[in-house]
Design a protein around this ligand. Structure first.
Ligand code: PLP
Length: 431
């Protein structure tokens, strides 16, 4: 087996330099802990960027992979296997949508959603409806790295090197209802949102903005598309983050699709298959009219192995009560972070839902330092949008793990405060 140094040297020579990796070689994991080559355990509060919903080495996943890999791993989409219909049933029941297309990743699911939208707008035009081809996306949005997804992603750094990007995308100021109204017209075929922006810094849409987006889209036949790739599949304590948004004036019962704002299209990926690559686009029966055989497809998407695991992930989440756990432990996590913020003024905001949590700091340098210091204390987190510490732990997280993380952050911020106070003291000594 190659050692870390050898791997680093080989990768530096052989791989495209897309990633700035931390110098750790991971070889195994158990529960919420991941283990390096020396047997050192790390508390994983990032779960492979929001993927490993059941943590590492969960017996339900391991057994399913073993069993299914002996039966079938891949067959293409030219034939039937058991997994897709079973998974589509589970997903449609839980999202309130009617039909599914399976992809391999988030960005591919998003591409599918964009293609579906343009096809649907074309269908509506053929039926005499006045509707254009423009997408309205949001400032700070992140939808992926392929061309359509990148073109609807806000940050210049992701788009600019690859220009020209896909035309027909306009960005609306985040949560700015007036800007949304001003930019919306019959030219628009879809409004694209994340109910809670992930990469953009764990920022939830306001109920007013979400409701207005739904209202405007419905008024012309445009679609409301909600990207749930990071926030969906139980991370926020509900199957989809949009299920936290009640329809203004509707009864408080949100157990059915009556009570919350329903998108026309949604996308899922990250935790969907517990670590195996799998994405999904879901849409209403109405929108599904736009797609016919041959218009869209994938060689690998929705393969037997990934679907079998996704089915078992959903069943396990329900059996182990992990949505309720995400809510309870997530609330506790935020409460502890807020208590920490009272002691450390460098924490300027704490926000999120369930186990999708942010602690925003007052400096990008400090955020970077905090991630590095957490790593030294064997805890994995990351930083997004420069100043935001992001926590996307596995859904099996327990309060004791939160306590460990909070104690580490407390130590780091205390040391930092002492250190930043020190230079002036030092200055006096020298003066
Ligand atoms: C909201 C959202 N959409 C899309 C993507 C792209 O997913 P993937 O990296 O699987 O292509 C991500 C990934 O971070 C995401 O957070």
């Amino acid at each position: 087996m190659m050692k870390l140094d050898q791997i680093r040297a080989a990768e530096a020579r052989l791989l495209l330099s897309t990633y700035d990796r931390n110098p750790i070689l991971f070889v195994g994991g158990q529960g919420v802990y991941i283990q390096d080559e020396n047997g050192t355990k790390y508390l994983d509060l990032l779960s492979g960027i929001g993927v490993n919903a059941l943590g590492y080495n969960h017996p339900a996943i391991v057994d399913t992979i073993a069993r299914q890999s002996r039966a079938l791993i891949h067959i293409s989409n030219l034939y039937y296997h058991e997994g897709q219909a079973e998974l589509a049933l589970r997903l449609t029941e839980r999202t309130g949508l009617d039909r599914v297309f399976f992809s391999n990743s988030g960005t591919e699911a998003w591409e599918g959603a964009l293609k579906l939208t343009r096809a649907y707008a074309g269908l509506k035009r053929s039926e005499g409806v006045n509707i254009g081809t423009k997408f309205l996306a949001l400032d700070q949005s992140f939808h992926g790295r392929t061309y359509g997804a990148m073109s609807t992603t806000y940050k210049e750094k992701y788009r600019e090197p690859f220009a020209p990007v896909v035309p027909g995308v306009e960005f609306v100021r985040f949560n700015d209802v007036a800007d949304l109204r001003a930019k919306f017209s019959s030219e628009v075929c879809a409004i694209l949102v994340e109910a809670i922006q992930g990469e953009g810094g764990i920022r939830p849409l306001t109920p007013e903005f979400f409701a207005e987006a739904r209202k405007l889209a419905s008024s012309t036949g445009a679609l409301l598309i909600v990207d749930e790739i990071q926030a969906g599949m139980g991370r926020t304590g509900k199957w989809c983050a949009y299920q936290h948004y009640g329809i203004p004036g509707a009864p408080a019962d949100r157990s059915s699709s009556v009570g919350w704002i329903k998108p026309d299209v949604t996308t899922l990926a990250k935790p969907l298959a517990g670590g195996l690559p799998l994405g999904a686009v879901l849409c209403t029966e109405e929108v599904a009219r736009a797609i016919h055989a041959g218009m869209h497809g994938s060689t690998f998407g929705g393969g037997p192995l990934a679907c079998a695991v996704a089915n078992v992930v959903i069943d396990t989440m329900e059996k182990e009560g992990l949505l309720a756990n995400a809510t309870a432990v997530g609330d506790y996590f935020q409460q502890q972070l807020r208590a920490l913020a009272k002691r450390h003024e460098c924490i300027v905001d704490v926000r999120g839902k369930g186990l999708m949590i942010a602690a925003e700091l007052d400096s990008a340098d400090l955020a970077k330092l905090a991630v590095a210091e957490m790593l030294k204390r064997r805890i994995l987190i990351n930083c997004t949008s420069d100043t935001v510490l992001r926590f996307l732990p596995p859904f099996i997280l327990e309060r004791a793990h939160v306590d460990t993380a909070i104690a580490a952050l407390d130590e780091i911020f205390t040391a930092h405060a002492a250190h930043t106070a020190a230079p002036s003291a030092g200055g006096h000594q020298h003066g």
